[in-house]
Design a protein around this ligand. Sequence first.
Ligand code: MG
Length: 336
Amino acid sequence: MRLTHQDINLRLEHPFKISRGTQLVASNVLVHVEHDGIFGVGEAAPSTYYGEDQATVHAALNILEPALGDDPFALEAILERFDATIGGHGAAKAAIDIALHDWVGKRLALPVWRLFGLSAEAAPQTSFTIGIDTPEKMAEKAASARNFPILKVKVGTPNDRENLAAIRHVSDARIRVDANAAWTPKEAIAALRSLEEFRLEFVEQPVAAGDLDGLRFVRENVGIPVICDESCVVSSDIPKVAGKVDGINIKLVKCGGLRRAMHMIRTAKAHGLLVMMGCMIESGILITAASHLSPLLDFADLDGNLLLAEDPYPGVVVNNGWLRLPSGPGLGVGSR
Ligand code: MG
């Protein structure tokens, strides 16, 4: 198999602010795996929070390339060789895993959701994310997202109440919030109680990633489910958070791709946890890849491509929030 990779810098339509910073461009990596004249496409959306960027992705891909072998169907063996070659580097590994699934789907003329034995009709609605801004701007974004019955609002600022009030004033959507680890447990409980009147669906990652007892303390003291994201990266994290949270947010670039995500979904369900899949700011390649597993989810937050000025690789279509999975072979992603 032949591996090629190049930077893709995706410009956002608006600056995207969360509790720990603001993003203007998603500096991602486009990956192709070629074998027998068929090209599989994948994408890495590295996050410096998890120790990756474009340079580490290219370096990891170069290290992994000799472990690819010559059989794209041998996915389990390939991923085992990858993990034996280099630990971590979930975004780089995810890019290859996704390209291999695209390759296999194209070879067999089947969409990825069928390779996993799923039904496209069971795909859920995704939320649309509102980044942190002034109350007026956040309300404006919520109003213009009226085709999305579910909003995910970023919180963890001194103005959360004003922001949520402004959004609630213009929107009847289901609203979930994500604090991206901004609060101490006591702050989280106070903040969430002060937001109760806005009828929140759940809270994502209220406290620091390593504060698992803090997650449990928050969960015991607020009336809404607690989902962890930064606290749960790979499947071995699941037993550690079980009993402390209501659910986990899986991301392909954290865990290393579709097969690892499938394993996490099953492991989480075995622990009685709710399962959400989320995303970084990414093109239709990664968003569509995650969407192929979405029929298995309790909550989908797969909107990273919708925050771009333009998505160069459109695939999954969103209609009133519903994820409409492609029926073409592989990922079903095109290019503009
Ligand atoms: Mg999150």
